[in-house]
Design a protein around this ligand. Structure first.
Ligand code: 13P
Ligand code: SF4
Length: 320
């Protein structure tokens, strides 16, 4: 039988853990990991969280080196918010395909049409360049709140059409214009397989990430970020949950709900993110040892400054 996420994490040896502690001390480093990465990596990280938590936290840490176990936009955001620090990524090739799914022409056209009454709202799953074209950044944990509070009536939401549609439904007073991007991993989760799981587990609550397609979200009892899904399951009185997002969240779910007898089911299309899967314990050790995978912000300082502003605005709005 396949080991559970908790068993995999427990298998990390004391020797490996000690080696990581030594390397961290030598480099004055702190390890941040997203809930989607392998359980072994989450188990040795100092902090694990969703995209918003990681971006916000990176700004408040005293260490000189941030090791970001996640995909490129996460490392880039950490660097944009902490220009004087070294940000290392164990697997610099880990990229989020959705982060590239918008054309500049889409933004120019909307700005031309709606002028000052348009806000370009950019999901944090986006490149630095795309952030630099935008007015404010959001994550899945604060998109609804921020869009609701923006003074503009017209909102161009990029790049994710699924999160954008979810926001539009929650904030009907705004005119939300969608862009045709999506997460290929969440899009692959079909309504048919969700329904099949529901038939097998009729008492289970469905907890879904807003990157899923509308038909799947329509069946959800709770829609939220990875952190939201985990907290919901932990606090719920229910015993069974169908988790509709990348299965990396199972480690934190199992860890937080240990001893509660709760059961978690995932769809039969294995909802994995091959980019997140590329971040292994071996690569983390290598990166800590040799200082590889440093995130560099390109020579175009103006773009970086504008991209940083969109992230700063997100942090300001989220704190209100
Ligand atoms: P969260 O912000 O919910 O962690 O989501 C990040 C992500 O990439 C979802 O696919
Ligand atoms: Fe990007 Fe989807 Fe992977 Fe999240 S799960 S990092 S949105 S490809």
């Amino acid at each position: 039988m396949e080991p559970t996420a908790l068993e995999r994490a427990a298998a990390v040896t004391a020797e490996t853990r000690a080696r990581i502690e030594t390397l961290k001390a030598e480099r004055d480093a702190v390890i941040l990991a997203h809930y989607y990465v392998e359980p072994e990596v989450q188990a040795v990280a100092d902090y694990v969280g969703d995209s918003f938590y990681l971006a916000k936290l990176a700004k408040s840490l005293p260490q000189q080196t941030i090791v970001l176990c996640g995909v490129e936009f996460m490392g880039e955001s950490a660097k944009l918010l902490n220009r004087d620090k070294t940000v290392l990524m164990p697997e610099p090739a880990a990229d989020c395909p959705m982060a590239h799914m918008v054309q500049r022409a889409t933004i120019d056209k909307a700005r031309e049409e709606y002028g000052d009454d348009l806000a370009v709202v950019c999901y944090v799953n986006s490149t630095m360049e795309i952030k630099s074209w935008s007015d404010v950044c959001v994550t899945s944990s604060n998109a609804v709140k921020i869009v609701r509070e923006l003074p503009q009536h017209h909102i161009l939401f990029i790049p994710d059409r699924n999160l954008g549609r979810h926001v539009a439904e929650q904030v009907p007073e705004k005119h939300v214009i969608l862009n045709d991007g999506c997460c290929p991993r969440h899009e692959a989760i079909s309504l048919a397989e969700l329904r099949e799981l529901k038939v097998g587990h009729p008492n289970a609550l469905v907890l879904a990430h807003p990157e899923c397609v509308a038909a799947v979200l329509d069946e959800a009892d709770y829609i939220g970020s990875t952190a939201g899904i985990i907290s919901f399951a932990e606090q719920s009185d229910a015993q069974e949950f169908i988790i509709v997002t990348v299965r990396g969240v199972l480690y934190e779910l199992e860890r937080r709900c240990a001893g509660q007898g709760k059961r978690f089911y995932v769809t039969s299309t294995p909802p994995t993110c091959s980019d997140m899967d590329g971040i292994t314990l071996e690569k983390l050790l290598h990166c800590l040892e040799f200082g590889t995978g440093a995130v560099e912000i390109g020579v175009d300082g103006a773009s970086a400054k504008r991209a940083q502003l969109t992230l700063d605005r997100m942090l300001e709005y989220a704190a209100r």
